[in-house]
Structures are given as structure tokens and as C-alpha cells.
Ligand binder design. Structure first.
Ligand SMILES: [Mn+2]
Length: 323
């Protein structure tokens, strides 16, 4: 931790000296990457710094309550000519996972890269790295940063940070829920974080379409050896339910409620790939290590991978076939 504190001070110095700052949220942005980026954005604005925010995918409608979300840009061309001297990636286990490699390769000059994350598989790709795999969320790490460098934490920043902690802990229900996460959440509520807005958008956010799609996945739940329970969602399901990718989000976390499963695996077809998401609540199971065998990564309790192919239904069940 003391290493982290030294790095926090170096990051604050880098921010002080920077003229143009680029913040990066990872692809298919969730509450944590958006919360961490927008908390940082609100702070930079209050400090009078110039910043831009890049995320290869647009901000989903249910996160459009986060202060300054309109600043998140998903096109590279309006950013690639800006002479950034500092890039800060938040909640990104790698730059390729973030979806920012192409943009960064186009930038003139050589910006300092700051990497603030909580994924154990993060390879420390930055010039300055704070990777704390014991933290509930990137937002928790960012909160520590603000308190260490003596930065203020405004009401808007608190709303952003609490969003990340609440979503990454599954509403204080998964194993990322530590006493530190709850303590910080208490402090954020004290600073005026808008709890109602957060829960209305992140918990009470299911539609009939979403739940009909989930119904198909629930119907296909299959038990395998070693306590693995799996299900699949195909492109045909999305078409027939008139659902979008966003409707599939949250299903693996929901299935973590299964009492008689050690590992949850949800396979989903997307863009010629089969994306797997793995969840566990077992103390001795590391799904990040499993995901890594398929070229993926993530956390010990929540991880994912992506392999080329499509889902094929056979008389023995579902399998991944050539696309
Ligand atoms: Mn996270």
C-alpha cells in the first residue's frame, strides 16, 4: 500500500504538470469504469484542467445520470490531433481490453500513461501503475487517490464513485464487498452521493424485453461436472426477443445467486465471437485463471474470455463451432 501512496503523489504531480489529459474508460463501459472516469473528470474540471474522455462504446442510457457523462467520446478522429501529455486509464485490465490501442497509436508525442485498476491480471502497462486487486472497484482506488493527495470530493464526484462501488460489489452482495468498500460508501453518502438516482438506474433497470431474454437463458441452464452450471444466449435470441447486447448485461451476476453451482458460465454470440463470462462465489476457485486459458482475464471471482466461433445446438447440448 505504501507503494501505492508514493505513486498517488507522482500521479498528482503528473496531473499538475499536464496541459491536455485523456481519460480512458474500457469497452462496453460499466458503472465502475464510468464512475471512476467521471469522478476524475469532475475533479479535473474543478481543478481547472483540460481533459477529454474516450470510450470505444457509447455510454449506455442507464448511466446517463452520471455528472459529465456527455463528455465521453467514442470516436477517435476528434481526439487524435490533440497533443495529450497525460493518459489515465481507469478500470482497464489492459489497453487492448480497454479498446484504446488504436487511438493511442495515432497520438503524436509520447504521453505519460497512468494505469489505475483493480484487476489482478493487469500487467502494469502504465508508466505509473496503481493496481490494487484487493480493492472492490476502481472507484475505491480513485477515492483513496483523492483523499491521499488532499483533493476535495464533491457531491457529483461522490455519486460517480458510489456508482462504481455499488455496481462492482453487486449491490454489496458479492465477495468484493469489504469493510473498506462499505466505509468509503458511507463517506460518499455523507458527501451527498445521490443514492436514489444510483439504485433507480443500476438495480431497478430491467425491462420486459430484458427479462424475456433472460427467460431463454434460464430455461437452458445446464449442470456439468465439477459444479459448473452454464447457459447460452445466441444472436437468434436477441433477434427474436427484439433485444440488444445491453439486455444481456447482468445475467451472469444474477446467476451467481445459484445455490448449487460452484462456477457460472454464460456463453454469448457476438460479432463472430463467442464471449464467455465466468462467475464464482467459492473462496478456493479462481475464474480469472480459467479465463486466461482462453486468452481472457479479469478478477478471481468474475472473469471473461472471447473465442472466434458460434454456438451450435447438438443432441448432447450446446458447443462452440467454427463461425
Ligand atoms: Mn471494476
Amino acid at each position: 500500500m505504501s507503494d501505492h501512496l508514493t505513486t498517488f503523489t507522482k500521479i498528482a504531480d503528473a496531473i499538475k504538470g499536464a496541459k491536455e489529459i485523456l481519460l480512458i474508460a474500457h469497452q462496453k463501459p460499466d458503472g465502475d469504469t464510468l464512475g471512476a472516469n467521471l469522478a476524475m473528470a469532475n475533479w479535473l474540471r474543478d481543478e481547472g484542467k483540460h481533459f477529454h474522455i474516450f470510450c470505444i462504446h457509447p455510454v449506455p442510457p442507464h448511466y446517463q445520470y452520471l455528472p459529465l457523462w456527455q463528455h465521453v467520446k467514442s470516436t477517435e478522429d476528434e481526439l487524435e490531433h490533440i497533443p495529450f501529455d497525460l493518459v489515465i486509464a481507469l478500470d482497464s485490465s489492459s489497453l487492448s481490453y480497454a479498446g484504446a490501442e488504436s487511438l493511442l497509436s495515432k497520438l503524436k508525442g509520447k504521453p505519460t500513461i497512468v494505469n489505475i485498476d483493480h484487476h489482478g491480471t493487469n500487467p502494469h502497462f502504465g508508466d505509473l501503475n496503481v493496481v490494487d486487486a484487493t480493492a472492490s472497484s476502481a472507484c475505491e482506488v480513485v477515492y483513496r487517490f483523492f483523499t491521499h493527495v488532499g483533493g476535495h470530493v464533491s457531491r457529483d464526484m461522490s455519486t460517480c464513485l458510489l456508482t462504481g462501488i455499488l455496481t462492482d460489489t453487486g449491490g454489496f452482495s458479492n465477495l468484493a464487498t469489504t469493510h473498506e468498500a462499505m466505509e468509503i460508501s458511507g463517506a460518499l453518502l455523507k458527501r451527498g452521493a445521490k443514492f436514489n438516482a444510483i439504485t433507480n438506474h443500476t438495480v431497478r433497470n430491467k425491462t420486459v424485453t430484458t427479462l424475456k431474454l433472460w427467460g431463454r437463458a434460464l430455461d437452458r441452464l445446464t449442470r456439468h461436472a465439477n459444479g459448473v452450471v452454464s447457459t447460452v444466449i445466441t444472436q437468434a435470441d436477441l433477434l427474436e426477443c427484439e433485444a440488444t447486447e445491453e439486455d444481456t448485461e447482468g445475467i451472469s451476476n444474477f446467476l451467481n445467486a445459484l445455490q448449487d453451482a460452484k462456477i457460472i458460465m454464460v456463453l454469448k454470440e457476438q460479432d463472430g465471437q463467442v464471449k464467455g463470462s465466468l462467475r464464482t462465489t467459492e473462496p478456493d476457485v479462481d475464474v480469472a485463471a480459467m479465463a486466461k486459458q482462453f486468452g481472457g482475464g479479469g478478477h478471481k471471482k468474475a472473469a471473461g474470455f472471447s473465442v472466434p466461433g458460434k454456438l451450435i445446438h447438438t443432441h448432447t447440448g450446446w458447443r462452440i463451432g467454427a463461425a
